[in-house]
Design a protein around this ligand. Structure first.
Ligand code: PEP
Ligand code: MG
Length: 836
């Protein structure tokens, strides 16, 4: 496919049918002549193409040759283009190898890869390829080499298999490695063939690289289809998993957007100007000596061994690497968390790629050594991924090279190319072209205090890992970064992405003071997280965690949680393919309460709809799901969902669980009245104890009418995520508006204030379980507004507690009043610290 503004790579005039070159050189010169005539190259390019044959083999296989010029002669290329000589009788390219299509390439930038990608796809369709050797229509050849889709016999559209499921990619970051790995795992657990089609492109759903190669972005329409005795089950399970991953993907994207929208607070050097400005990838400030990693372009020797020995060696190396990656996954999971561990699971999946193994074997059959063949195959596949022009896939190329290096080390331990072995003893700031995820995960933060890479992006696995490790990092520093002198003293600011070189004594002093302050703050937080969030003037705020599963409770308690303020039960539905039975729900609620050991537990009734779609419920499509039948509105329409859940909850209460029930998305009094009636009936039927019944305040109408609602609800919990969305009329998932969807907007704060006032009139307490509660400054403001309980992601608890313990309620009240009077969210943010 060509970009409308650029000339096509191949035009009819550049195809010569029924050519009869006398020799290979004659064929090359004829093709070169066409490129010259087409204005693609200078006449001297023909000699360059001939010279290239002396140093490289341009026979691609299957009757196709791809002559092209020397790299250093690229200046002779005026524009990218290809010329094709069709030679029905064939021309001998190498002894025993005949070319029927001579595809001469004149390439600037990555056009070469584009042509190769199309050719390799074409080669897989032997019958179509052979038809091009004899066709008498130039257009057939132009068409075949202009398609980015896999070649289809007779131009027929790609066909789906027997069972189909259509889906529009709803992952904001597209289908990247981690969700794709889950798809592949599920597809593999069934015998049926499963494929994914996007337009006319097909991929085997059991092959990760093929799946990633589709380059699926949010909004793309795809069809999953399957064929075989368990096809229907395979698709049903895939559908469930795909949809359940959507919620997680959206939550991740929201969090990332919120983080990006946060103002870059931080450090300012009193004197120095930054020497390098990249993209901040992991916040924090560090001082160290520059240590540069030389790019380990280790040459992999080509030492042929017998095919059977080579095959055995490869098999064993792959097995050992899989075991090693499993161990790294486990270790990373324990040290850094399951999300980061998934990076290595996705890497292990790359090893199962059949194309990679096939290519390695082909090269070995051609007589190459196993290490060389493996390395070539990895490099070729990585180049293919990198050339697709998609940042996510370019990131996978880095993963593929990383995992490829591991395998190489198992084939021949001298080829490991360990880059981080000779680190200096003093704390260093590591500078590298790029760094592999494996190397990053294994960094010792005591020795490597900062990390700066010339390439990479803030969403690369390397950046994710450095954030988890707490090592300040900048990425995309550019080639100039590599000119920095080894051993220079530097300050790295991972928040702003700046590297300062040879700082003055004043800069160093300022940086040391800042780092010292940050360290002290972290130490204080750790020490204080088990203490209650009591302000200096003795006002206690209850601090709870947002936790969905019993086995996550212990982590929350270790972070200082005093209970669970929000258990999102829809996740019990989202993560499995069916509605959990009443008994299963009962077990889960009871287990949750037991894990909390009498601490408070607020279970939110199902909040389905909006961004949380449960595929197996097959709810009707809505044009505006956030304004549709979601939360309490759905519960009131679906007794089959509401009543088993309430029965399970009351049975758990009867068995001793200390719990409260909370209803989401309440907009008006009749809703809560009706829900209460159902609760009362079920409680009576079960002879269960009374439990507090609360509601979420997520809609402006509920905040405005809080006094009326407070008559009927025992407590309120403000969902600031939705309240912000509905108050500001900003879709909470719209990345474009993420910076404006600010819960500190004075309008949102006024709605919270109204909620507190309404609740006070009837002696009810108010909590907040939306994202604002986990923001230390937000928590301070909410306390000043009169909120009694804050429930948040467990890792946010220490900083929130520290913030509240360091201030006074009277100061927070004054702060809140000033915030309510502000005109903009920015003004509210600017008040941060005014209570100190
Ligand atoms: C909220 O809206 O703030 C909230 C806590 O609910 P959820 O994020 O699950 O919609
Ligand atoms: Mg909500």
């Amino acid at each position: 496919m060509t970009n409308g503004s650029e000339p096509a790579l191949l035009a009819r005039e550049l195809v010569l049918l029924r050519a009869k070159p006398g020799s290979k050189e004659d064929a090359i010169r004829q093709a070169a002549q066409m490129l010259v005539a087409g204005g693609c190259v200078d006449a001297a390019y023909a000699d360059s193409m001939v010279r290239r044959e002396a140093v490289a083999n341009t026979f691609l296989g299957e009757g196709v040759a791809i002559p092209h010029g020397m790299g250093e002669d690229r200046h002779l290329v005026h524009r990218s283009g290809i010329a094709v000589l069709q030679v029905p009788g064939g021309v001998e390219w190498n002894p025993g190898q005949h070319a029927h299509l001579v595809v001469a390439i004149a390439a600037q930038s990555d056009a070469h890869i584009t042509v190769l990608r199309r050719l390799t796809r074409l080669i897989q369709d032997r019958s179509r390829l052979v038809s091009l050797f004899v066709t008498d229509r130039e257009q057939d050849i132009v068409g075949a080499l202009s398609e980015d889709t896999p070649a289809q016999a007779g131009g027929k559209p790609a066909a789906d298999l027997a069972e189909r499921y259509e889906w529009t990619v709803a992952y904001p970051a597209g289908l990247h490695a981690r969700p794709a790995t889950r798809w592949v795992e599920i597809a593999r657990s069934y015998a049926s063939r499963v494929q994914v089609r996007a337009g006319n492109q097909l991929a085997d759903a059991k092959n990760l690289v093929a799946l990633l190669g589709l380059g699926l972005r949010a909004g793309d329409s795809i069809v999953l289809s399957a064929d075989g005795h368990d096809a229907a089950a395979a698709l049903a399970r895939l559908k469930t998993v795909i949809n359940s991953l959507t919620a997680q993907e959206k939550a991740d994207a929201e969090l990332a957007a919120r983080r990006r929208a946060m103002p870059a607070q931080g450090w300012k050097a009193p004197e120095a100007q930054p020497a390098v400005v990249g993209i901040g990838a992991s916040p924090g400030l560090a001082i160290g000596t520059v240590h540069k990693l030389s790019a380990s372009e280790g040459v992999v020797p080509d030492q042929p061994v017998s095919l059977s020995d080579g095959g055995a060696l490869l098999h064993e190396a792959l097995r050992a690497t899989r075991l090693q990656l499993k161990a790294i996954e486990d270790d990373t999971g324990r040290r850094l968390g399951a999300g980061d561990a998934g990076i290595f699971r996705a890497q292990a999946e790359l090893l199962n790629d059949t194309d990679l193994i096939t290519l390695t074997c082909q090269l070995m059959v051609e007589g190459h050594g196993v290490a060389w063949a493996w390395n070539q195959a990895v490099e070729r596949m990585a180049a293919k991924l990198a050339a697709l022009g998609n940042a996510v896939l370019a990131g996978r190329a880095a993963d593929l090279r990383d995992v490829g290096r591991r395998v190489l080390g198992h084939i021949d331990p001298t080829l490991t190319g360990g880059t981080l072995e000779q680190l200096p003893d003093a704390p260093c700031i590591l500078i590298a072209t790029d760094l592999s995820p494996s190397d990053t995960a294994n960094l010792d933060p005591q020795r490597v205090v900062g990390l700066a890479t010339a390439h990479g992006g803030p969403t690369s696995h390397t950046a994710i890992l450095s954030r988890t490790l707490g090592v300040p990092a900048l990425v995309a520093g550019g080639a100039g970064l590599l000119d920095v002198a080894e051993g220079a003293t530097a300050i790295i600011d991972g928040q702003s992405g700046c590297l300062y070189l040879n700082p003055s004594a004043a800069d160093l002093d300022a940086a040391r003071a800042y780092i010292d302050e940050q360290q002290k703050a972290r130490a204080r937080e750790a020490e204080q997280r088990s203490q209650p969030a009591t302000t200096r003037d003795g006002h206690r705020v209850d601090i709870a965690a947002n936790v969905n599963l019993p086995d996550q409770v212990s982590l929350a308690l270790s972070q200082g949680a005093e209970g669970v303020g929000l258990m999102r039960t829809e996740f019990l539905f989202l993560e499995r393919g069916s509605t959990p039975s009443e008994d299963e729900q009962y077990e889960t609620y009871l287990a949750m309460a037991r894990a909390l050991d009498e601490r408070p537990l607020i279970v939110r009734a199902l909040d389905i709809g909006g961004d949380k779609q449960v595929a197996h419920l097959e709810l009707p499509h809505e044009d505006n799901p956030f304004l549709g039948v979601r939360g309490a509105r759905l519960l009131l329409r679906r007794a089959d969902l509401l009543e088993p859940q309430l029965r399970a909850l009351y049975r758990a209460a009867k068995a001793g669980a200390q719990l409260s029930i909370m209803f989401p998305m309440i907009t008006s009094v009749p809703e809560i009245v009706s829900l209460r009636e159902t609760c009362a009936r079920i409680r009576t039927e079960l002879d269960a104890p009374e439990v507090p019944l609360g509601i979420m305040i997520e809609v402006p109408a509920a905040a405005i009418q809080a006094d009326a609602l407070a008559r009927h609800a025992d407590f309120f919990s403000v969902g600031t995520n939705d309240l912000t969305q509905y108050a500001l009329a900003i879709d909470r998932q719209n990345p474009e508006l993420a910076g404006e969807a600010d819960s500190l907007h004075p309008a949102v704060l006024r709605l919270i204030r109204m909620t507190v006032e309404g609740a006070e009139r009837h002696g009810r307490w108010v909590g907040v379980c939306g994202g604002l509660a986990g923001d230390a400054y937000g928590a301070a403001l909410l306390t000043g507004l009169g909120v009694h309980e804050l429930s948040m992601t467990p890792r946010d608890i220490p900083a929130v507690k520290a913030r509240l313990r360091g201030t006074e309620l009277t100061a927070l009240r004054a702060l809140a009043q000033r915030a309510l009077d502000c005109e903009t969210a920015a003004q509210v943010r600017a008040l941060d610290g005014a209570d100190a």
